[in-house]
Design a protein around this ligand. Structure first.
Ligand code: PEP
Length: 260
């Protein structure tokens, strides 16, 4: 299976010209190394840059390794929901993936497990792959129960076939680079969490390894190989480093060199 690298641009960059500049830089850097078939990149820009990012990727060497994602979607498909963007609108713009339940949306915008469950269903009925973020705020005594609960809240009630369409990103909130004193998790400790996540998915679906599970939290060129090269992780969700063009190009180069 290909390793997946999700580029979550968050509320960056500030203009579509800057977005194109990042992509142009990546396009020229990926020509320097043999782009292997071992990974794919999913660019998740802010909504307004999606058409420009999609057309730029499509007409560049990035095309063979890239897909377009969004950072969120509405739980509803239409109606009186000011400010929302639906899954069907995203699909029409060539979006194939959507991040759901990012910790910044859970904690800064108050998204609940119920809302996240509805958004996963909205993504699936619109043929989008939901990239569902799961992660504890602190590694305190109950962190494993917390992860289990978040995972059940997101996925309970989905069929095995629906779960097989999802991607999970284990993102410990304390490791996300924008948080004070953030530091990356270690592969060994993140594996513990990934095993809890996989056990909930197995209980719901009745199947082993039903969907890819990624790691996210302060991923950079200095640790990406430790996570993405580890057999328990199917890839990485990269936030801050994904809009730093030199750093992200380095990350892609390192991932392309990982032996599958
Ligand atoms: C994220 O936004 O999900 C994330 C993991 O951010 P960062 O890589 O900056 O820690």
């Amino acid at each position: 299976m290909k390793k997946l690298i999700i580029a979550n641009w968050k509320l960056n960059p500030q203009s579509s010209a800057e977005a194109v500049d990042i992509l142009d830089f990546l396009s020229s850097s990926i020509q320097d190394f043999a782009v292997k078939d071992n990974f794919a990149v999913i660019f998740c820009p802010p909504y307004v840059f999606i058409p420009k990012v999609a057309s730029t990727v499509e007409s560049s060497p990035l095309r063979s390794i890239s897909h377009i994602g969004a950072q969120d979607l509405a739980a509803q498909d239409s109606g009186a929901f000011t400010g929302e963007v639906s899954g069907s609108m995203l699909t029409r713009f060539g979006v194939q993936y959507v991040i759901v339940g990012h910790s910044e949306r859970r904690y800064k915008m108050g998204e609940t497990d119920e809302a996240i469950h509805e958004k996963i269903k909205a993504a699936l009925r619109n043929e989008l792959v939901p990239i569902v973020c799961i992660g504890e705020a602190d590694r305190d005594g109950n962190w494993n129960d917390f992860i289990r609960g978040q995972c059940e809240g997101a996925f309970m009630g989905l069929t095995g076939a629906e779960l097989a369409q999802c991607i999970v990103a284990y993102e410990p909130v304390w490791a996300i680079s924008s948080n004070p004193n953030a530091k990356p998790d270690t592969p060994d400790s993140a594996v513990e969490a990934v095993r809890i996540i996989r056990s909930v998915l197995r209980r719901i679906s009745g199947e082993d390894n039903i969907c890819p599970v990624l790691y996210g939290g302060s991923v950079s060129s200095s640790n990406v190989v430790d996570f993405v090269g580890h057999p328990e992780f199917d890839g990485a969700l990269v936030g801050g480093a994904s809009v730093k063009k030199e750093e992200f190009a380095k990350i892609l180069r390192l991932v392309s060199e990982i032996k599958s």
